[in-house]
Design a protein around this ligand. Structure first.
Ligand SMILES: C[S@@+](CC[C@H](N)C(=O)[O-])C[C@H]1O[C@@H](n2cnc3c(N)ncnc32)[C@H](O)[C@@H]1O
Length: 325
């Protein structure tokens, strides 16, 4: 664990808990050795991946961000009224920080802890936020939120509000989502709040278009995983020989994204040769969709009670304000 001292003062301190390269290599090797090859969606996100995700949020097909933002706009006063004072917002996978920017004036937290695995992007967005909100204490943490991590000591005395928008919780298998919520429960402690945005099941054509847009931005985002692995781990994936593929899996209730190998090929990845057959799929993301009651049951199995929830008029997206009990 390192804290960058040049970036530390009472107002702003960066905590770097990002995983070691050896840990990443082991994880990637494990996933690519499976019979059905798979890699965590966290590997979408280097700086370019974060920028591509931001471009996705502006696409006409990607209803997720617009719908969630409209819910925040409509209900932020009610959300703020349900909280205690002396709040510290801990955002899981903070990305561009666009959403929290809209909420800060109403939530009025004492401190904000953006947590993200995309370290450079995290730091530049946190510094930009400080420029725009100079009274806010900001303690960015570069960490893998699929593992336990410590919060900065500076926020120990504040009441935590975990913030997990964007339906990123849908990237976990349901059982893993419960494990994740249990870890969040430990991090926030009893009485901690958790505000989470969750995408709902809907017409398949709407779902499939959102993950396979006409302009091909989602395809670039998916393929960027291979660029990331080439740059970070010195792999030699040939981008001309993989293509984006996504579909809705109705049995599991999730969108699944893959990279399809268009030829039989071999890829070198830190001392291992990985063979792909023509047409073989590398699974890169699940995005589970939850009915309101399904998600509340999931949260309850991790000892969270649902204080309030909100949905848009189409019932396309839900916001839940949970409390660790
Ligand atoms: C889908 S984006 C959501 C960004 C933003 N919160 C929003 O709702 O628009 C997911 C964000 O989580 C980060 N992320 C993905 N997996 C992560 C992991 N395992 N640990 C930490 N951050 C992660 C990505 O870098 C990215 O910024």
């Amino acid at each position: 664990m390192t804290t960058s001292s040049s970036l530390s003062n009472e107002q702003f301190a960066f905590l770097d808990l990002k995983p070691e390269v050896g840990v990443i290599v082991d994880e990637v090797h494990r996933g690519l050795s499976l019979e059905a090859k798979a890699i965590s969606p966290k590997f979408f996100y280097d700086e370019r991946g974060s920028e591509l995700f931001d471009a996705i949020t502006e696409l006409p097909e990607y209803y997720v961000t617009r719908t969630e933002m409209a819910l925040f706009e409509a209900h932020m006063e009610e959300i703020a009224a349900a909280l205690e004072e002396n709040i510290c917002v801990i955002e899981y996978g903070s990305g561009s920080t666009k959403k929290i920017r809209r909420l800060l004036d109403v939530l009025k937290p004492e401190a904000y802890v953006p947590v993200d695995i995309s370290g450079d992007y995290l730091l530049s967005n946190a510094q930009a936020l400080l420029d725009d909100f100079p009274a806010l204490k900001i303690f960015p943490v570069c960490a893998d939120i699929t593992q336990s991590f410590d919060l900065p000591v500076q926020v120990n005395e504040l009441r935590p509000l975990g913030f997990y928008p964007g339906s990123s919780i849908g990237n976990f298998e349901p059982a893993q989502a419960v494990d994740f919520l249990r870890r969040v429960h430990v991090t926030l402690g009893q009485g901690g709040y958790f505000l989470v945005g969750v995408d709902a099941k809907k017409d398949i054509s709407i779902l499939e278009a959102a993950y396979d847009d006409a302009a091909g931005v989602t395809a670039q985002f998916n393929l960027n995983t291979l660029v990331h692995l080439n740059e970070k781990l010195g792999a030699d994936f040939d981008l001309d020989h993989f293509e984006h593929f996504s579909r809705y899996n109705a049995d599991q209730g999730c969108i699944q994204m893959f990279l399809k190998s268009t030829v039989a090929q071999q890829v070198n990845l830190v001392g291992k040769v990985i063979s792909f057959a023509e047409g073989e799929l590398l699974h890169t993301e699940n995005s589970y969709k939850y009915a309101k009651e399904e998600f509340i049951a999931l949260a309850q199995s991790a000892q969270f009670e649902c204080l309030k929830s909100w949905q848009d008029s189409n019932q396309w997206f839900s916001l839940f304000l949970l409390r660790a009990c």
